[in-house]
Design a binder for this molecule. Structure first.
Ligand code: HEM
Length: 462
């Protein structure tokens, strides 16, 4: 690392030094699972033990992670917990299905998310980003923005424009409200889930958020039905929804996705795609607001970008800063897998049915895997340094066959959004108190993140 490298260290939650007994464990799992991690998790590559959830193995060794996610992926399923938490919304979408149902849907959808296919959306993404930045009217003075809601609105608008040509009934604000309520109330790990209580015992959070799930389902079902009708009339727009409805399982029996499958996947894209990218942008802007040197490098790079798809390749600092932000603040902080059969991972026995935890939050800040793990050093991800990072030590998008299908889409979107913001604005902190991460399905800020955006005065003609 160069002498001039940044040394900003974002606020890091305190780490436990003692074991949690059952009740505090259940309380923390519900309130904020980040508080469960202890000092040892960031020092040991395997932690096996009897947790209140039963026997589990926390795997942070890149070789062990590779074993679970890739080499022996067929032996590890997602398990009940994720399905119980997200099932009410996403039951038959790609994120939660398993076996042949998942394989067939992934085969059909994979060609729509390749980097080459994603490049076709650059212009639409850029249009949406410019519209949002112009809407801030920075020329009339600096503005303090609610970054959480601005970034959620932005990534929702991008999905809406690129996936379904803005054809979804209802405004972004309505969706954001329902989504926030669902994440804050419905999608928590209920102590009853953790204790594997039967489904007929109602979970309060899920009952309270039933309206959110209905709101989403009704809108998306109507969208799919409308589009199917337009396809039959021959006037459907050329976007991802049309592609989803037209795609066929060429390697299989040639059939397509049902309306229900398409609706479940649109909901999955909205939930898995817009919230994660919004949080990535929020944490990235927070880091930039605290590091003037990095901000200056990014502004120069953004100014040089001609808004072309080809020019995105030159935004190497943009990519590096976003990747470093996702290392420090992984939008999906933990993944759970359940072993189907007995196995051994890195010398540790795993019994059939046992849970295996892979936590990017822990792996990305592990003392054995990173130099200065809690410091913001985007240089790590510059092309000349990146090759020394183990593929399985940096997993914001997971790995193996169940790797995020939207990874190229999300990176492209985040880079464009950041470049458009920095072409126009300085990003400034408004208080020395930093936002604190909390794990609520995604890694969010425990209090609303606010930053000041000021029109840049150093641009030609400013
Ligand atoms: C920064 C943004 C994003 C992050 C950090 C992220 C992260 C992840 C992770 C970690 C997984 C694996 C979950 C697991 O194995 O338990 C995943 C899966 C998935 N993601 Fe993303 N994601 C992002 C953006 C997107 C976008 C933009 C889309 C769609 C437009 C998307 C759609 C999906 C889908 C459908 C899956 C399930 C894939 C499968 O199981 O085959 N994600 N994502």
């Amino acid at each position: 690392m160069t002498a001039a490298a940044s040394t900003f260290r974002p606020w890091t939650p305190p780490r436990r030094t003692e074991r949690l007994s059952l009740l505090p464990f259940l309380w923390q799992s519900w309130r904020d699972p980040l508080a469960i991690w202890g000092e040892a998790h960031f020092q040991e590559l395997y932690i096996s033990g009897q947790s209140p959830l039963g026997r589990s193995l926390v795997v942070s060794d890149p070789a062990g992670v590779r074993h679970v996610l890739t080499d022996s992926a067929a032996n590890y399923v997602k398990g009940d917990l994720q399905r119980r938490v997200l099932g009410p919304m996403l039951a038959d979408g790609l994120l939660l299905t398993e076996g042949e149902q998942w394989r067939r849907a992934r085969r059909i959808m994979a060609p729509l998310f390749t980097p080459a296919h994603t490049t076709r959306t650059v212009e639409a993404m850029d249009r949406v980003c410019r519209r949002r930045v112009e809407g801030w009217r920075l020329q009339h003075g600096a503005r303090v923005l609610n970054i959480d809601s601005e970034m959620s609105g932005l990534t929702f608008d991008i999905l809406s424009a690129t996936l379904f040509s803005d054809d979804l009934d209802g405004d972004a604000a309505g969706f954001e409200k329902a989504l926030n309520h669902f994440l804050a109330v419905g999608a928590r790990i209920s102590p009853l889930d953790a204790l594997k209580a039967p489904d007929w015992i109602p979970r309060l959070g899920r009952v309270a958020s039933g309206g959110d799930a209905r709101f989403f389902k009704e809108r998306v079902n109507a969208l799919v039905a409308r589009r199917r009708a337009r396809l039959e009339q021959g006037d459907a727009p050329d976007d991802l929804l049309t592609a989803l409805l037209s795609a066929r399982d060429e390697e299989g029996d040639g059939s397509g996705l049902s309306n229900h499958e398409v609706a479940s996947n649109i909901l999955t894209f909205i939930l898995a795609g817009h919230e994660t990218t919004a949080r990535t942008l929020g944490w990235t802007l927070h880091l930039i607001s605290r590091d003037r040197r990095v901000a200056d490098i990014l502004k120069a790079e953004a100014d040089a970008w001609d808004r072309s798809a080809g020019g995105l390749r030159d935004l190497i600092w943009h990519r590096a800063v976003i990747e470093e932000a996702m290392r420090l603040f992984p939008p999906a902080p933990a993944m759970i897998r359940q072993a189907l059969e007995d196995d051994v991972i890195g010398g540790h026995e795993v019994k059939a049915g046992q849970s295996v935890l892979i936590a990017p939050w822990v792996i990305h800040r592990h003392e054995k895997l990173w130099a200065e793990p809690d410091a913001f050093h985007p240089e790590r991800f510059l092309p000349e340094n990146r090759k020394s990072i183990d593929r399985y030590a940096w997993l914001p998008f997971s790995g193996g066959p169940r790797i995020c299908i939207g990874a190229a889409f999300a990176m492209q979107e985040a880079i464009i959004a950041l470049a458009e913001i920095l072409k126009a604005a300085e990003v400034e902190a408004i208080t020395p108190v930093e936002p604190r991460p909390i794990h609520q399905v995604t890694l969010r800020s425990s209090r609303t993140m606010r930053l000041r955006l000021r029109a840049r005065r150093d641009q030609p003609g400013a």
